[in-house]
Design a binder for this molecule. Structure first.
Ligand code: NAD
Length: 245
């Protein structure tokens, strides 16, 4: 029970790695606010968490909308009385588009979800963390945080940017009992990677895709007190993919 009585908000919590993280946090004793745009999926996950005897609620939000993020924060405080962990996992991919292929509106949309979303959520939660003198932020980067290739021009840019944001958060708030770290997953079996599995596996030393639950276990570590001296770190979980690149 590494997260006993902690309250966690999971943005991007209604599928894939975020869903696995919501389940893992709850299994470690956290009270979980599952946030996403899809109510039906949110309700399904909340039901599964409750069936395991833990506490959870769903709070709908598009992470590009500050007003919707505020309703999630308000609900967390209203229902559970505090916030201890912020997990920024919402993200979209760009289908490997080059700068020539990428249209401006697509670029703006991807940046709004992958970069501005974590900023808006963090900005909304930080006053609570600062007041209580503690808090944990877990951002979700990618292989595309380290190298070109796992995405196109917008995705790779966004995941590099998120690492910079994470470092700056650590720099600015590490002295206030707040830690921020980034997970850099490799090729993980989720709705985002459906249909592109085979061609990638040959480049991965582990010769398999990762499972959302494996990344979720890392997210538990980064949310727990076991990682209290980690500030602004990027932790890669990629079956060794990046070492050969
Ligand atoms: P996924 O598509 O299942 O998860 C992405 C989630 O973000 C979905 O629940 C989606 O609804 C949500 N989302 C998208 N736009 C949103 C918005 N505007 N507001 C709120 N929620 C929104 O895929 P996943 O693989 O679980 O991705 C989770 C995170 O992991 C993403 O940030 C992704 O970039 C990152 N990632 C995934 C892989 C992989 O191989 N699957 C690798 C590296 C990084």
């Amino acid at each position: 029970m590494k997260l006993k009585d902690k309250v966690a908000i999971i943005f991007g919590g209604t599928s894939g790695i975020g869903e696995a993280t919501a389940m893992a946090y709850a299994n470690e004793g956290a009270k979980v606010v599952v946030s996403g745009r899809k109510e039906q999926d949110g309700d399904r996950i909340v039901k599964a968490i409750k069936a395991n005897g833990q506490e959870a609620v769903f709070a709908k939000a598009d992470v590009t909308q500050a007003a919707e993020i505020k309703t999630v924060i308000d609900k967390a405080i209203k229902v559970f009385g505090q916030i201890d962990i912020l997990y920024n996992g919402a993200g979209i991919h760009d289908n490997y588009k080059t700068a020539v292929e990428m249209e401006e509106d697509e670029y703006d949309k991807l940046m709004a979800v992958n970069v501005k979303g974590p900023y808006l959520a963090t900005k909304a939660v930080l006053p609570h963390f600062i007041e209580q003198g503690s808090g944990t932020i877990v951002n979700v980067g990618s292989q595309a945080t380290h190298v070109a290739g796992p995405g196109g021009s917008a995705y790779v840019t966004s995941k590099h940017a998120l690492e910079g944001f994470t470092k700056q958060l650590a720099y600015d708030f590490g002295g206030k009992g707040i830690k921020a770290n980034l997970i850099a997953p490799g090729f993980i079996e989720t709705p985002m990677t459906e249909g592109i599995e085979d061609e990638r596996l040959k480049d991965i030393p582990a010769k398999r895709a990762g499972k959302p639950e494996e990344v979720a276990a890392l997210a538990v570590f980064l949310a727990s007190e076991d990682s209290n001296y980690m500030h602004g770190s990027t932790v890669t979980m990629d079956g060794g993919w990046v070492v050969g690149r």
